[in-house]
Design a protein around this ligand. Structure first.
Ligand code: 16G
Ligand code: ZN
Length: 560
């Protein structure tokens, strides 16, 4: 086949932005597929999206499947944008292909055909002959975007990238990141769900309504079904409104805020987690101790619960957070109760359950999971792909980052034992329905919201109960330190120990030893040119002192 022709407006030199200007990217500038794909100021993206869609079309042909392209910069400011690819199962792109994507994006126009040929060389004989005989009718690039102003132009760049090999292009418009993941899986597994927005809404909401129907609130329940959602002024707002048309108001009463203002500005899950403050449009006087509030991020793949500290606290802005760790524990308690009942029934199956966290997990949550729930925990490096992979080792793998990104994944053994089992037994029905409410492909704010409310209702819990019946968070702090070159920081032990620069870990250990019940680590960010410090100690004051002294350690290296 002749080498394709690359349109000049999607080349490095001619890269044309959504405002029609040319923003060229020097050839020497190396671009990398990071923790969550390529993410930059939107001006840089047309060329990158074009090349990524091209990579997606190559992968789609190789596997004769749908591959996803999501155009979003999640919780970043509105002026940024980004692109990430989704594999046929709806999971994140395989790490091998992240490498190919990086190579293809960085190849010069002249080198590109040979880079592609090198990539094609690693395909199996079956794949090659399928492609050469044109048996690629299921190959599709399925592309979605968030609400950013640069989105439609980037969508046209993706369309152009997929057109090089005439791969079918499906523009699903403005969707949340998890909806795109779900739709890709639905294209490849038609029995899973219809590959449309309505198909996604119907699949999750019908499982929710059915689970609601069989859930009985315990006597004296303090559960309340009123939830106020901070939509981060992002894509969560319009899509959640559509989704809620499938949820009767007498089951859940959901009020939406921050629907049309500036994306992620003074609102959204990242803002609430880092500032620990009320997002805009929320007031402590109204949403104080009694309130049940939720915050999504800009592309609705993260969720956090929060409430005000109450008027009597004298602090009108601060919030009490119910973060990813607390959500993971809630899911674990619900699922463990069902799995214990299942184990008591005579069955050939033994299902394993584990919880995956990162080093940012609050120490109190990890202790509670191990000591009180007696469930195995695994700590992995930051980034959803690491959590997802580790969770897949269990029959029921729960994973959450403290920042609110998480879900539950279920094994083939779970499917045989539960989803295909007769559902006259209550624990089996609950497990089967819960697994259908959840979006297994990736953390999903909508699906998680439904699953959390279901668990709270099952236990009859108010926000107070959810807070007090588990554990109390130990005081913790996060500090960012800008650095010139973050690559000099090398970690091991799931990012909890620094190997380089030499001698730095010893200084961290000495500082940590000065405080009671303390823990700390320093790691380079995977998304920004900064180093992040995390510290915990017995009191707020000591946490602050420890954090500050570790900041000095980083600053002394920076100036050395
Ligand atoms: C990305 C990751 C998120 C992680 C964050 C950490 C995905 C989909 N997203 O947003 O999981 O918490 O990066 O950033 O993997 P950092 O490396 O700058 O701390
Ligand atoms: Zn996000």
């Amino acid at each position: 086949m002749a080498d394709p022709v690359f349109p000049h407006q999607f080349s490095r030199a001619g890269n044309t932005t959504h405002t029609g200007e040319v923003f060229s990217i020097p050839q020497e500038e190396q671009l990398a597929y990071g923790t969550a794909g390529f993410r930059f100021r939107a001006e840089k993206l047309p060329f990158i999206v074009f090349r990524c869609a091209y990579v997606a079309s190559l992968r789609a042909r190789q596997l004769d499947s749908a591959i996803g392209v999501m155009i979003t910069a999640s919780h970043n400011p509105a002026a940024d944008n980004g692109v990430k690819l989704v594999d046929p199962s709806g999971d994140m792109l395989s790490q091998q292909w992240e490498k190919y994507a990086t190579e293809i994006v960085n190849a010069t126009d002249e080198d590109l055909p040979s880079a592609v040929r090198a990539l094609e060389k690693q395909m199996s004989q079956v794949e090659k002959s399928r492609i050469s005989s044109g048996q690629t009718k299921n190959a599709r690039v399925v592309c979605g975007m968030d609400t950013r102003i640069s989105g439609p132009h980037l969508m046209s760049a993706a369309r152009a990238g997929s057109a090089l090999f005439n791969v079918q292009f499906v523009d699903v418009g403005i969707v949340t990141t998890p909806m795109l993941h779900y739709t890709v899986k639905s294209f490849n597994e038609p029995e899973f769900a219809e590959p449309t927005n309505q198909g996604y809404y119907r699949a999750i909401s019908s499982a929710f309504r059915e689970l609601y129907g069989i859930t009985q609130e315990p006597e004296g329940s303090r559960y309340q079904p009123h939830v106020i959602v901070d939509c981060a002024n992002g894509v969560g707002a319009p899509r959640l409104r559509e989704f809620l048309e499938h949820i009767p108001r007498d089951m859940l009463e959901i009020e939406l805020r921050n629907e049309r203002g500036e994306l992620n500005h003074d609102c959204g899950a990242d803002f609430v987690k880092i500032s620990q403050k009320m997002p805009t449009e929320f007031r402590n006087s109204e949403e104080g101790k009694e309130g049940k509030c939720v915050s999504f991020d800009g592309d609705a793949d993260r969720i956090l619960y929060f409430r005000g500290k109450g008027a009597e606290s004298g602090d009108s802005e601060s919030v009490e957070l119910f973060d990813g760790d607390r959500i993971a524990v809630l899911f674990a308690m619900y699922l463990k109760e069902q799995l214990d009942e299942f184990a008591a029934i005579k069955t050939n199956y033994r299902l394993t359950m584990g919880i995956i966290q990162t080093a940012y997990a609050n120490g109190a949550s990890t202790r509670f999971i191990r000591d009180s729930l007696k469930i195995e925990t695994v700590i992995v490096p930051t980034g959803v792909k690491h959590l997802h992979e580790a969770a897949s080792e269990f029959d029921v793998g729960i994973y959450f980052e403290a920042n609110g990104h998480g879900t539950v994944v279920f094994s083939e053994q779970f499917n045989s034992a539960i989803r295909r089992a007769p559902s006259s037994i209550m624990c089996i029905r609950r497990l089967a329905l819960f697994s259908r409410v959840i979006n297994e492909t990736v953390g999903d704010a909508f699906a998680d919201l439904m699953a959390i409310e279901m668990c709270l209702r099952h236990f009859g819990w108010s926000m107070d109960d959810w807070n007090q019946k588990l554990y109390s968070d130990v005081p913790n702090i996060q500090i960012k330190v800008p650095v010139d070159d973050r690559s000099i920081f090398k970690t091991t032990n799931a990012e909890q120990t620094l190997l380089k620069p030499d001698g730095i870990q010893k200084r961290i250990d000495e500082d940590v030893a000065k405080f009671k019940s303390s823990r700390a680590f320093i790691r380079p960010s995977g998304t920004e040119n900064i180093v992040r410090i995390y510290a915990e100690a017995d009191t707020v004051e000591n946490t602050l002192l420890l954090g500050k002294s570790l900041e000095q350690v980083v600053l002394s290296i920076r100036s050395a």
